[in-house]
Design a protein around this ligand. Structure first.
Ligand SMILES: Cc1cc2nc3c(=O)[nH]c(=O)nc-3n(C[C@H](O)[C@H](O)[C@H](O)COP(=O)(O)OP(=O)(O)OC[C@H]3O[C@@H](n4cnc5c(N)ncnc54)[C@H](O)[C@@H]3O)c2cc1C
Length: 376
């Protein structure tokens, strides 16, 4: 009989082995071809990763936020895009688990936990990203249905996802969240070409008079949509922070390996103090980002409010990812700029973390507001 500690070690070592043996060797080639990682996603399904935050009663494993963060760190050190396939899927699981009615949880969570259908989150629009209150997609009640009309931008998993959580306007001052099953009235209009985060799709999605049963209004509550999706976004900050830690750690590991091998002026560059100073700063930032992320996750696991800590972790870990990716490029010199090494991929993937999951400017506002409120 395994205890919780052994169970947790087993899960993490399974993910680590998967990343080392299957993700790391395949990532750069798939990324450069912009190819969807079908085989890797199938393995992630088999490992059970799509249900890690779903309650056991609905077929998940409810592993808790600390382990969730550790899993995201592992996946992102292999390839940001496999972490991306899982990221918004788990955010919508979180929203449905916390705010869905018992009937909604029963209908959707087992399907999501087994990855029979995968999830996407549709908040952002062409004219509204940070300012979600400005969204224009409407949901109009018609008998037993709502009819959704409008356009969403930057929707990760839009092609491979079968269940969307969509934020829409149900009145001038009322935003509501709906569970929309892909089908009539949902059109993936185009794939957006990106700097990085390749291999997985990020799309414009159009809702053309899409009929959604009123039973799919999350919590059967109109006007609470922003609150519902915010619950998921708090968890998303922890997963984005953990992705930042994973990317930064991968860049640091590459830099350490290279610094031991590359020789200039008669010795390995690791013996030049200028390189040692860079490596020391990189490693310190990675560890600080990891501890901040785990601190936020541990608060969440204790059921405590963690918006301030999750915001700090997201801000620090994602800025760290960008800085450490650039520092690793300095250590590798021209090879860092080459597609023969993964540093250029890390460097292109890092900015997404600064923008996605609430930009870092918005994180700073959230942090400052929480501080000012707390010290009143
Ligand atoms: C690869 C990728 C995948 C994504 N996946 C998804 C997804 O699956 N689902 C989804 O819904 N969205 C997704 N997004 C969208 C993402 O959440 C938004 O890009 C993000 O919320 C920022 O919105 P915006 O791009 O419209 O920027 P804007 O809100 O237009 O902001 C532009 C700039 O102004 C700053 N700014 C805005 N308001 C303020 C303020 N009050 N004070 C100070 N500065 C401010 C911002 O920080 C930013 O620097 C994705 C984005 C990317 C790049």
């Amino acid at each position: 009989m395994r205890g919780p500690v052994q169970e947790r070690e087993l899960i993490l070592s399974t993910v680590r082995t998967f990343v080392d043996r299957e993700v790391v060797p395949a990532a750069s080639a798939l990324e450069h071809r912009n190819e969807y990682p079908t085989a890797l996603v199938e393995r992630m399904k088999a490992i059970g990763l799509f249900g890690v935050n779903v309650p056991e009663a609905y077929g998940g494993t409810a592993l808790g936020a600390v382990l969730y963060a550790e899993i995201f760190e592992e996946l992102a050190r292999g390839w940001m895009s496999v972490a991306g396939v899982l990221g918004t899927h788990l955010v919508i699981c979180d929203v449905i688990a916390h705010h869905g009615t018992p009937e909604q949880r029963q209908r959707f969570l087992p399907v999501l936990a087994s990855a029979a259908k995968r999830g996407a989150l549709a908040l952002t629009e062409p004219d509204a990203g940070s300012d979600l209150k400005a969204i224009r997609t409407t949901a109009t009640r018609e008998g037993g249905d709502y009819v959704l009309s409008g356009s969403k931008m930057w929707i990760t998993n839009a092609r491979h996802g079968g269940i969307f959580v969509v934020l829409a306007r149900t009145g001038p001052d009322s935003l509501s969240a709906f569970i929309v099953e892909k089908g009539a009235g949902v059109r993936v209009a185009r794939d957006i070409d990106k700097l990085g985060y390749k291999g997985i799709e990020t799309c414009e999605v159009v809702f053309d008079d899409c009929r959604v049963p009123a039973a799919n209004l999350i919590g059967l509550e109109e006007g609470r949509g922003l609150r519902h999706v915010m619950t998921g976004l708090e968890a998303e900050r922890i997963n984005v922070a953990a992705r930042g830690v994973g990317l930064a750690r991968a860049a640091l590991d590459e830099a350490l390996k290279y610094a031991r091998l590359r020789r200039t002026f008669g010795k390995p560059i690791a013996e030049h103090q200028a390189i040692q100073l860079l490596l020391a700063d990189m490693a310190t930032k990675v560890e600080a980002a990891r501890q901040l992320t785990r601190f936020a996750a541990a608060k969440k696991d204790r059921g405590e409010r963690c918006d301030l800590e999750a915001g700090m972790a997201k801000l620090f870990a994602t800025e760290t990812a960008q800085e450490v990716a650039l520092d690793a490029m300095r250590v590798l010199g021209a090879n860092g700029y080459s597609t023969d090494f993964p540093i250029e991929r890390f460097y292109r993937d890092a900015p997404l973390l600064i923008i996605g999951g609430g930009t870092n400017e918005i994180q700073r506002l959230v942090i400052a507001r929480a501080l000012l409120k707390r010290d009143q």
